[in-house]
Design a protein around this ligand. Structure first.
Ligand code: T4K
Length: 380
């Protein structure tokens, strides 16, 4: 069979902004001989991200995983503390907690937003619970009001894994200013990338100060060793890319939005396929185009035959991966029926600036074929 596409199409193809601006920044760093340790580009990036998020403080870090670890420690989460997280997320979310000795406890999601179901979270709260981490999955904001009320009522820390949600809003306010802190990712596969990178954003001065020191081996601004630290520093090269990406942020979002609409039209009427929607009335970054279908594996495999590398984000659920699967009774005290159903049905499709109308039309045709009843498919 001749594949429809000669080259691989990827879900996470990086968006690249103005190369000239990026190279100028890199040259500046080389001229200054300042490449790491909170250099001027990192500081500029910090200010820009804080402005986008409308948060008082931003602490750029090497990636969102280490950002989650640092934010959790800075907020006061420690060994043995139970932290309620969704299972429907990147392994980065629970792994970051497990690495600092905390105990991820998996909660179910609701099917509309695929983010933490606050009712389920409430049932999981015990005297050992220290925190809740909501994840704005595919950029769709969590039930922030309900989770905030729960956190207040039970005296819990509330963090948001906002790795996928830069540029999205909740009740019209940018993601980044909610809970005790939120954590962004600028990994190459995110629509706004800094090669690798992340940022902790918060309105809490103490948390910001602790996080700033912790990312630098625990050294505070006076070079006093005040905290247990780690190397979570962002480099100047990453900040150069991040700043350049920020200048094209709206262009990237516009392309993503156009692509999402093309997929919506192209998949209309395909039996058994639904496209995940963004929150009504909110601004979205549209960086993930996600379908749900019972024929997920057939769709995935046929796309692969045509060189389209779709991604099963998130499959399996984190409660079903090690080290959590072996200690299911500890990490998953309640069944997660909605997560399990979702994990078997979701598929992320290529989008971003390397994907255009022709690619999307082809991908939609392949999906339509994969969803035909077998007899019609063989005849197609
Ligand atoms: N929380 C959430 C909710 C997250 O989604 C993530 C990351 C994190 C926390 C942690 O953030 P970081 O610590 O990474 O900052 C990818 C990304 O590696 C990961 O960052 C992301 N979530 C996750 C959803 O997706 P993989 O294993 O699927 O990525 P990979 O390397 O297979 O790349 C995906 C596709 O992109 C491939 O087809 C190849 C293509 N690609 C990739 C890279 C890196 C390119 O074309 N160019 C590239 O430079 O996890």
């Amino acid at each position: 069979m001749q594949p429809l596409f000669a080259e691989h199409l990827h879900v996470g193809r990086p968006n690249v902004g103005d190369r000239g601006r990026f190279l100028d920044r890199i040259n500046g760093a080389l001229d200054r001989l300042w490449l790491a340790n909170n250099g001027p580009l990192v500081q500029e990036f910090e200010a820009r991200v804080a402005a986008v998020a409308q948060a008082r403080y931003c602490v750029p870090v090497a990636n969102a995983t280490v950002g989650l670890q640092i934010a959790a420690k800075a907020a006061g989460i420690g060994p043995g503390d139970e932290v309620i997280v969704p299972s429907f997320t990147s392994p980065a979310t629970p792994h970051a907690m497990e690495w600092i000795g905390a105990v991820p406890i998996f909660a179910d999601v609701d099917t509309e937003t695929v983010t933490l179901d606050p009712h389920h979270v409430e049932r999981l709260i015990t005297p050992r619970t220290k925190a809740i981490i909501g994840v704005h999955v595919f950029g769709r904001p969590c039930h922030i009001d309900e989770l905030s009320a729960l956190a207040d009522q039970h005296g819990l820390i509330l963090l948001f894994d906002a790795a996928q949600a830069l540029g999205c809003t909740y009740h019209g306010r940018p993601i980044g200013g909610f809970g005790d802190a939120e954590i962004f990712s600028f990994h190459a596969t995110k629509y706004l990338n800094s090669f690798e990178g992340g940022a902790i954003v918060t309105n809490d001065p103490d948390l910001a100060e602790a996080a700033r020191a912790m990312r630098n081996l625990g050294l505070d601004e006076h070079r006093e060793q005040t905290y247990l630290g780690i190397n979570g520093r962002m480099t100047e090269a990453s900040a150069a890319m991040g700043l350049t990406s920020l200048e094209s942020m709206q262009d990237f979002i516009d392309v993503n939005r156009r692509n999402a609409m093309l997929y919506q039209d192209g998949l209309a009427g395909v039996p058994g396929v639904t496209l995940r929607r963004q929150a009504p009335g909110e601004r979205a970054n549209h960086q993930y185009v996600v379908i749900e279908t019972d024929a997920r594996d057939a769709v995935h495999d046929l796309l692969l035959e045509h060189n389209v590398l779709s991604r099963k984000y998130f499959y399996p659920g984190c409660h079903d991966i090690e080290p959590y699967r072996s200690k299911r009774a500890r990490h998953t005290p309640l069944p997660l029926p909605r997560t399990e159903a979702l994990c078997d049905r979701v598929l992320s499709l290529p989008t971003g600036t390397s994907i255009g109308p022709a690619e999307i039309a082809g991908i939609c045709d392949i999906i339509r074929t994969a969803c035909l009843p077998l007899r019609q498919r063989l005849a197609a």
